[in-house]
Design a protein around this ligand. Structure first.
Ligand code: ADP
Ligand code: MG
Length: 800
């Protein structure tokens, strides 16, 4: 680890707390607590804690754990009684560090669910509301049911958030002391609550603490994934002629694809070709003035807005954007890798997790471009109402802690982006897993052949195997080849978490072969011999679970997540990765470098320098990922800060009569007339509120669209080597400056003309429809292989 010396110098070794944790846990001797009655136990736990108070004559008093050993000792006894899981010492150490706000590293199968739930009790007894964030909704429900009896024991209310709940059910659950939920579900509620027009419509309540399971996945790998809330409204789609045009363009002549496959650049010849074919004067010249025009229209709140197709000044700019989007769709997005076509629709594949989610869409233009490319009906683009990244979402919690099998390798990011420390907890039983050297091949085809041969051989020994692949297409390709080789296997694509959990639970059966994408089946324990460990001895004899990785992931940490599925709780197990020089991580990380080595007859490259080269390539891509994260976060942070300002305004409008005060002062006559008609004051205030919020939300949504536009134009400027992030800041701040003012001005205009009755403001009559059919999606991508839908990747690229 490159930064080890640095942390040592800072006195922040991840192991430095171990001694203290062990001592605290040792003092939590069990005999004292096992003799207690239930009431005495509750008493022991609560009296070990000082509850916070929000301020009386003594002022605000922070909550804290006063007697850690006493709390942990009581919790151990309660877990034994209520869950029949007497916690191991290492789980208690984990709980202790979680209560200190660390991310704890505990290997797979060490029992992080219980460690996290005990910490949640510790926080909740302090009077804090706790969100335990799980990888998916299935696990939220499972963990809530599983750990529930321990919360019940303390009279703490608890529940799980999932997508099938009604609004009222959700609202009810958010009131509880401890809730489990997947980050995207919790995030969508944040976004929806930012659109309410009556305070009582709010669904969620802020929590004090987030306990994040698989913390590195959420906080690092998915940090920049934007959760998007969109309403249906037609968006700009590339015209059919543009799709046709782009199909006729030639790589190397009309456009170039960047080495890392993340961006397409139009060449001068390409631009001329487009201008000639479409009969327009200058694509670039007008693009510049087009975007300047955008800045102007956002600034003065021009009626056409900047996302419309109408304005003449925008036409060339729009064309340029559409050409870029269509090129992107045509040359950077590959069917079955980045998306699949199912039932005549484009469904996105989440590159890193191999997940197909029905509600996922790319930003409107790109989605439409891909639909056009595939010759499908182009769907409505929709309108982005709001969005938030997972990193910003995590930032909303005053206190954060988490657990994962691979925290140490994410230490730099956790520190840099969240200010969190890592504590490593030793395994309960030392690991016996054997990680073999990579087997490297020249081509992917040779590598695949070797993988299949290997799996066939291993299966004969009765050893169960988990095959880890990079994406859905690869998992299916490997599965098909296995079938041809006469090997039966189960394939997991993370399409249905519940069903796949059941399959994964059986992945340890003798001779079983399970092919999986990275996230599929995570959180479910693979017990040797099957879910009931019925054939455990046979599998132990055969060597335990064998993990076979097809291609190294874009970071060593992700490799280790896969390896970690084997060798739980001291079980035997082993892992090996099959790599090819054509893999993304090698091609991208090793771009421009030369490697000279003589392959064997089957394409294998056994040389030590080849193995070192693969490691080197992965370190390069890790560095790139960190760069992308840092630069992209700068961009997202700005949007988040602006959103916070809007939210403060929204809060005032929701909770006070500020909207009515402003509008009635602006048009005194109309206000007086409405009151004379006998319309109740609260109806008038609500009407004013809805008018004001409508325009504020509309302007915010326009602002987001505008930010998208300037990203595109900055993309072009980046070629001219201006400082893109500064430029982005300058333009977005300028546009944001007038947003609220524009909203108020528009609200006053609306107030002048709108009809207000006992039923409120008739906004629909003026065509001011609140977007009703809202849908939510995540923009996911695999920043390495894609470029594809890699909104974030391309932004980061522009900012380099
Ligand atoms: P992790 O999330 O760390 O991979 P889990 O929380 O899923 O691990 O637990 C893995 C397995 O260990 C589960 O089957 C669980 O029942 C078992 N387990 C956890 N804690 C204990 C304990 N203290 N005693 C016995 N079994 C435990
Ligand atoms: Mg787990």
């Amino acid at each position: 680890m490159a930064f080890d010396w640095f942390w040592k110098a800072m006195g922040s070794s991840p192991n430095k707390n171990q001694k203290k944790s062990k001592a605290v846990v040792e003092q939590a001797d069990s005999s004292r607590f096992s003799a207690m009655t239930d009431d005495e136990l509750r008493d022991a736990a609560t009296s070990a804690i000082v509850r916070g108070s929000s301020g009386d004559e003594h002022g605000e008093r922070p909550a804290y754990v006063k007697e850690a050993s006493q709390l942990l000792g009581a919790l151990r006894e309660v877990a034994s009684r209520t869950l029949n899981l007497p916690p191991f010492d290492v789980q208690m150490q984990g709980t202790y560090r979680l209560l200190h706000g660390d991310v704890v590293e505990m290997a797979t199968g060490e029992g992080k669910t219980l460690a996290g739930a005990m910490a949640a009790v510790g926080f909740a007894l302090q009077g804090k509301r706790v969100h335990i964030i799980t990888v998916n909704s299935y696990l939220a429900g499972r963990d809530d049911r599983w750990m529930g009896p321990m919360f019940d024991f303390f009279g703490l209310s608890h529940g799980a958030i999932h997508e099938d709940l009604t609004t009222d059910e959700r609202r009810n659950i958010y009131q509880r002391d401890v809730i489990f939920g997947a980050i995207n579900e919790l995030g969508f509620d944040v976004l929806r609550d930012q659109l309410i027009t009556r305070r009582e419509d709010a669904v969620r309540v802020d929590a004090d603490v987030a306990v994040i399971d698989e913390a590195d996945s959420v906080m690092v790998d998915e940090a920049l994934v934007p959760l998007v809330l969109a309403g249906s409204e037609p968006g700009p789609a590339p015209a059919g002629q543009i799709t046709d045009l782009v199909k006729r363009m030639v790589e190397g002549e009309h456009f170039n694809v960047s080495e890392d496959q993340r961006n397409v650049f139009l060449t001068d010849d390409g631009a001329e070709f487009v201008e000639r074919e479409l009969g327009i004067e200058s694509l670039y010249g007008t693009a510049e003035s087009g975007s300047a025009g955008n800045a102007g229209s956002a600034g003065n709140g021009g009626d056409s807005g900047h996302s419309g197709n109408g304005g003449t000044a925008d036409d060339a700019g729009q064309t340029l954007v559409q050409i870029n989007v269509a090129l992107h769709a045509e040359h950077l997005l590959t069917r079955d890798v980045h998306y699949i076509v199912r039932d005549g629709k484009v469904a996105l594949i989440d590159g890193s997790r191999g997940r197909v989610a029905d509600l996922q869409r790319w930003p409107d233009g790109l989605q439409a471009a891909v639909e056009a490319k595939e010759g499908l009906a182009v769907t409505d683009g929709g309108r982005i109402l709001d969005q938030i990244t997972i990193q910003a979402l995590v930032g909303m919690y005053p206190e954060v802690c988490g657990m994962t099998g691979t925290a140490l390798a994410a230490r730099d990011q956790l520190r840099q982006f969240y200010g969190l420390d890592v504590s490593v907890i030793e395994p309960n039983v030392p690991t016996q897993r054997f990680d073999e050297q990579d087997r490297v091949y020249v081509t992917a085809a040779e590598r695949d052949a070797a993988v299949i041969e290997h799996i066939v051989e291993v299966q004969k020994t009765g050893q169960p195997q988990l095959i880890g692949t990079q994406d859905v297409a690869e998992s299916e390709r490997i599965a098909d080849q296995l079938v041809l080789a006469g090997v039966e296997c189960s394939v997991l694509n993370a399409k249905n978490h519940e069903a796949e959990a059941a399959v994964v639970a059986e992945a340890g059966r003798p001779g079983k072969v399970t092919v999986s994408t990275q996230m599929a089946g995570r959180g479910t324990d693979i017990k040797l011999g099957g879910a009931q460990e019925q054939d455990r001895d046979e599998v132990v004899e055969a060597g335990g679970l064998r993990v076979v990785g097809v291609g190294r992931f874009r970071s060593e940490r992700l490799d280790n997540q896969l390896r970690g599925r084997a060798g739980r709780q001291g079980d035997p197990g082993s892992s090996v990765f099959f790599v090819s020089l054509e893999d993304d991580v090698v091609a991208v990380g090793g771009a421009g470098e030369e490697l000279q080595a003589q392959p064997e007859a089957d394409g294998r490259l056994p040389q030590k320098k080849v193995l070192q080269f693969v490691d080197h390539c992965q370190r390069v891509t890790e560095g790139q990922m960190l760069d992308i994260h840092a630069t992209t976060w700068k961009y997202n942070k700005l949007v988040k800060d602006q959103r916070d300002i809007i939210n403060d305004r929204r809060d005032v409008l929701l909770d006070t009569a500020a909207a009515w005060d402003d509008l009635s002062y602006h048009n005194v006559d109309k206000a007086a007339q409405l009151q004379k008609q006998g319309i109740p004051q609260d109806v008038l205030e609500q009407a004013a509120r809805e008018i004001m919020l409508y325009h504020l939300d509309y302007q915010w949504s326009e602002h987001l669209a505008y930010l998208d536009d300037i990203r595109e134009s900055i993309h072009l400027r980046a070629i001219a080597r201006e400082s893109p992030i500064d430029e982005f800041h300058r333009m977005s701040i300028a546009a944001f400056g007038d947003l609220a003012e524009t909203a108020v001005r528009k609200a006053r205009e609306t107030f002048d003309t709108v009809v207000i009755t006992e039923d409120g403001a008739q906004l629909d009559d003026l065509g001011l429809h609140k977007p009703s059919a809202t849908w939510t999606y995540m923009v996911n991508d695999n920043p390495l292989s894609s470029g594809g839908g890699s909104v974030m990747g391309s932004i980061a690229n522009m900012f380099r």
